[in-house]
Design a protein around this ligand. Structure first.
Ligand SMILES: [Zn+2]
Length: 87
């Protein structure tokens, strides 16, 4: 699970305070109402991300029959630098 994918998540848009309690609908610091995206739990976000990747994976596998496989992080950029051929 990569929580670094959500750097701006769980922060109050009004005062930028980290939202400690995701279940509260108001910011604990400035008491402004929090948007749904802030109140999302990491589990929910990860679940949606997993579903999204699953869909993309199916699209890819149906796209290329050659199937080099295992390139889930293809569009993440940093992983391209490492040599996938090294065993
Ligand atoms: Zn706030």
């Amino acid at each position: 699970m990569n929580l670094d994918a959500f750097p701006s998540a769980r922060r109050c848009p009004a005062c930028s305070a980290v939202v400690a309690s995701r279940r509260s609908r108001l910011c604990g610091v400035c008491e402004q109402p929090l948007p749904e995206s802030v109140r999302f739990t990491p589990d929910e976000a990860a679940q949606q991300a997993a579903e999204f990747q699953e869909i993309r994976r199916r699209q890819k596998s149906s796209d290329s029959e050659a199937g080099t496989g295992g390139m889930d992080s293809y569009d993440m950029g940093s992983d391209i630098a490492s040599d996938p051929g090294a065993c």
